[in-house]
Design a protein around this ligand. Structure first.
Ligand code: SF4
Ligand code: SF4
Length: 119
């Protein structure tokens, strides 16, 4: 267990990406910023939008109905501590030049690269 994992053990965390796998293999799951995002279509409050290739949530509009959680095929959305939806937004506010998950991974297991849009 890493120092970070030890420090966070037992504490509530509200991640924007999730780790799936087993004791041998694990991988990070995050938003694919789909070409035709079903989360955008399904949001009853018009809180999810896509622009410049990035799907994002307007927290001021979200009413916490969880519909987007049910429809996303990748499990990419999860509520924050206040019940408002959050997701990976490619660190749009981040000025360090790479997403925080990439910068923070101690094993450099996450990379960011342009691959085009997913269907
Ligand atoms: S939240 Fe899910 S459905 Fe919406 S763009 Fe991301 S991966 Fe696609
Ligand atoms: S939880 Fe928020 S973002 Fe998701 S569908 Fe409901 S209002 Fe929209």
């Amino acid at each position: 267990m890493t120092d970070m994992a030890t420090a966070l053990k037992g504490k509530p965390i509200y991640p924007r990406i999730h780790i799936e796998g087993n004791d041998k293999v694990s991988y990070a799951v995050s938003c694919r910023h789909c070409t035709d995002p079903i989360c955008v279509k399904s949001c009853i409050a018009g809180a999810i939008s896509k622009s410049d290739g990035v799907v994002r949530v307007d927290k001021n509009k979200c009413v916490g109905c969880l519909t987007c959680v049910l429809v996303c095929p990748y499990g990419s959305l999860a509520p924050d501590e206040s019940g408002v939806m959050q997701k990976c937004e490619l660190c749009l506010q981040n000025t360090c030049g790479e997403p925080a998950c990439v910068k923070g991974c101690p094993n450099r297991a996450i990379v960011y690269e342009e691959r085009g849009e997913y269907e």
